[in-house]
Ligand binder design. Structure first.
Ligand code: UT7
Length: 324
């Protein structure tokens, strides 16, 4: 048995922050951001009504409705996030409560930065393939707007908030096909220290520790080098041809990274759907949000062959081959 995606859901906050809005906050402009990233606007959550714990429930409810299942039958919930509004319990527990899921259901969250949803998906597949779950909700949610440095034009222009979710059901099929990689020694180029650490108690420590740190150039170089290699390795490991893949659903971090990946793989850019112009980088929500959009606009159809790939803080980079 393996997990098949039978439902998708997403939620983006209503507030739009355009490049022109950003140009009033930091020294930047629409032309630079569009050319260097492909982003035109991103969504920013309302601190009262769009907490991660609220956004993720909305995406989860939509996924349940899309799948046409009774939430009482879900037997595992896994949520990927790096920006939860709760230290504990997990956001999976919040979804559990809000959807009225039975006590026969396990819950846990994962943090693997931007590829978090893929890590959560792979964990869920492990439960399904081991015979320990039949119906799993896999969610991803981020509110990076609470953490990015709004004075650093090299990072605040990139990110947006949002949530996505999928329902996986155990069905006959090939086992999950994936590769996950990490490079802890490169963690310095993308990290955010925990603001609740004791050093926050003094003024300097607070300023230092609440900062989201990103060496954009290093992350860019890493992504355009490692992601194409990862996808080639995935094709070799699971013996499929890149030509037969219908869609390459990439983490929406920068349109230039996606373009460089397509070029290196010698695959038409038309096979790389993008919504980054409207969403920015929503971290672990980026892939399920894009999948839901593709389903809604008719791009995603049963039987299609997908490669999903993501990269981010860790550094981590993961990819899966999915027969949808
Ligand atoms: O999920 C993973 C998360 N992170 C990423 O994916 C980050 C990957 N990296 C990137 O997307 C790109 O590196 C950035 C978009 C962050 C930056 O683009 P870049 O083409 O690598 O620019 P750069 O850092 O090499 O900077 C080029 C110039 C610099 O000016 P000088 O030194 O040449 O005078 C920057 O100061 O552009 C300047 N710059 C900006 N100018 C206007 C940097 N950010 C901005 C800005 N507006 N927002």
């Amino acid at each position: 048995m393996t997990g098949k995606i039978i439902g998708l859901g997403s939620y983006l906050p209503a507030k739009v922050l355009t490049n022109d809005d950003l140009s009033k906050m930091v020294d930047t402009n629409d032309e630079w951001i569009t050319e260097r990233t492909g982003i035109k606007e991103r969504r920013i959550s309302d601190p009262l009504t769009d907490k991660p714990s609220q956004m993720v429930v909305k995406a989860a409810m939509q996924a349940v409705e899309d799948a046409g299942i009774d939430p009482k039958d879900i037997d595992l919930i896994v949520t990927a996030t790096t920006t939860s509004d709760l230290m504990f319990p997990t956001l999976s527990c919040v979804i559990h409560r809000e959807l009225g899921v039975s006590e026969e259901c396990g819950t846990f969250d994962v943090n693997s930065a931007c590829p978090g949803w893929i890590a959560a998906y792979n964990a869920a597949q492990g439960f399904i393939e081991g015979g320990n779950a039949k119906l799993v909700l896999v969610a991803g949610v981020e509110c990076t707007s609470n953490f990015v440095n709004w004075e650093d034009r090299g990072q605040c222009i990139l990110f947006g908030d949002g949530a996505g979710a999928a329902i996986l059901r155990a069905e006959e099929g090939k086992p999950n096909q994936f590769i996950m990689r990490s490079s802890g020694k490169r963690m310095d180029c993308l990290h955010c220290d925990n603001a609740m650490q004791p050093a926050r108690m003094n003024e300097e420590g607070f300023k230092e520790l609440t900062k989201f740190n990103m060496d954009g150039r290093e992350v860019f170089k890493f992504a355009v080098t490692e992601v194409p290699k990862l996808i080639r390795d995935l094709a070799a490991k699971f013996d499929f041809s890149l030509e037969d893949v219908d869609w390459f659903v990439m983490h929406q971090a920068n349109a230039r990274i996606i373009e460089a990946t397509a070029k290196k793989l010698k695959v038409s850019l038309d096979k790389f759907p993008m919504n980054i112009m409207r969403t920015g980088n929503t971290s672990s929500a980026s892939i399920p949000v894009l999948l839901k959009e593709m389903k809604d606009n008719g791009q995603l159809k049963r039987g299609m062959k997908l490669v999903i790939a993501s990269f981010g803080g860790g550094l981590t980079w993961d990819a899966n081959y999915i027969e949808y």
